[in-house]
Design a protein around this ligand. Sequence first.
Ligand SMILES: [Zn+2]
Length: 162
Amino acid sequence: MKCTQCGCKKFIKTSFSHLINVGGWDVRCYISETVNVFACLGCGHLEFFDKEMPNKLAQAEMTFKKCDDELNSLMQEKNSQDNTIKELTEKQKRIEEELKNLDITVREQNELTEKHKQINNEIDDLVYKKRNIDRIIEQATKNREKANAEVQKLRSLCIEED
Ligand SMILES: [Zn+2]
């Protein structure tokens, strides 16, 4: 560690509570236990360190990444459901075309009608699941926004000098 003011490398460890003198009727001062204070032996400049701050930012960034990944995978799931519904709808249309064919037997006709009904059920199932996933996506979007706001807030507190 080097003093940012005079360049001296010798420091003495002190604590925040040694530096302040609190009086009055109802004055309360809370100091985080994670804060360390060092005084430069050369010029008395004080350096404050709080290891929890970088942890907070790293944690916020990790939370954001998790929320972002979650939302992406939900969107993928939704897309794949959309595609399946589209495929099934096309399949139904083909069956409807086949049913118009006057040359098919009654047996074939029954089979096709049954198949059409089955696909209908599959589509209903997917539409129901989709409604569910839309709700989950809505919540995941909110979570992601909240996590992002926290990261932005902490990043805005960061100062970087050349
Ligand atoms: Zn100094």
